[in-house]
Ligand binder design. Structure first.
Ligand code: SF4
Length: 239
């Protein structure tokens, strides 16, 4: 765990408060994972005017969907859901099959584009900033992650307030603050995406080894942080 955990928490709370005051309207893209629950807890306890939304891809685990009820019970808050265009889903399934994402990286990215990237664009439209629960230590594709970035692809500022947090920091916050979390995390799923694209990992495996496990580590992003098939080199700005 980070030496001065309380300082880390205070800095993250200050970042969220600054987003709410200086970047309104702002939204938080929650995948309902532990990192996202830390941020949701901070936002909802402080009653910050940051709208929390989730991408309901149509392929999520029932445990993940159950987190929507847990948030409602705990914080009396309804997470806003964005779903894919049904006509695009139907066309993909008809042409390629329901699980064509196993066939190639291109097929997988096209499914993610339809079910995640396009709904994300709709969710972000009209906002000045968006917030994610990404951490630098999560994978090779996130090694250069900054707390505040200029997201030219979406024409807004992107915040990753947990960029400096370790996995231990996240769990320490969850446990000490009794924050609800996805029960899949206790069954070997440190990183959770859509059901057919996520598996449990073995002790010692990389935390994202269970995501698109049939692909190389370099291609393992869903496209939410990617433009034209490439990872966006987002310019870091003063925090
Ligand atoms: S994670 Fe899998 S099921 Fe979900 S949108 Fe991407 S390819 Fe499709």
């Amino acid at each position: 765990m980070t030496n001065d955990f309380n300082t880390l928490v205070a800095a993250t709370q200050a970042t969220l408060t600054r987003i709410a005051s200086d970047f309104s309207p702002a939204v938080f893209a929650s995948s309902l994972a532990t990192e996202d629950m830390v941020l949701a807890d901070m936002i909802l306890r402080a009653k910050l005017p940051i709208t929390i939304f989730s991408l309901e891809t149509g392929r999520l685990h029932k445990e993940t969907l159950g987190m929507l009820d847990r948030i409602k019970e705990t914080y009396d808050y309804e997470v806003k859901l964005f779903k894919p265009e049904q006509s695009a889903v139907d066309a993909y399934v008809q042409q390629n099959g329901l699980n064509a994402f196993y066939d190639s990286v291109d097929m997988r990215k096209e499914c993610c584009r339809i079910r995640k990237v396009e709904p994300l664009k709709r969710a972000l439209a009209g906002n000045k900033a968006w917030v994610t629960g990404q951490r630098r230590a999560q994978s090779t594709t996130r090694a250069e992650l900054a707390v505040q970035e200029d997201d030219a692809a979406h024409g807004m500022t992107k915040f990753n307030p947990l960029a400096d947090w370790s996995e231990e920091d996240v769990w320490h916050y969850i446990r000490t603050n009794h924050v609800p979390y996805n029960p899949l995390h206790d069954r070997g799923y440190p990183s959770i995406g859509c059901e057919p694209c996520t598996r449990a990992i073995q002790p010692g495996e990389d935390v994202r080894a269970g995501r698109w496990w049939w692909e190389n580590p370099e291609s393992k992003e869903c496209g939410l942080h990617v433009v034209d098939g490439k990872l966006v080199r987002i310019k870091s700005v003063a925090q």
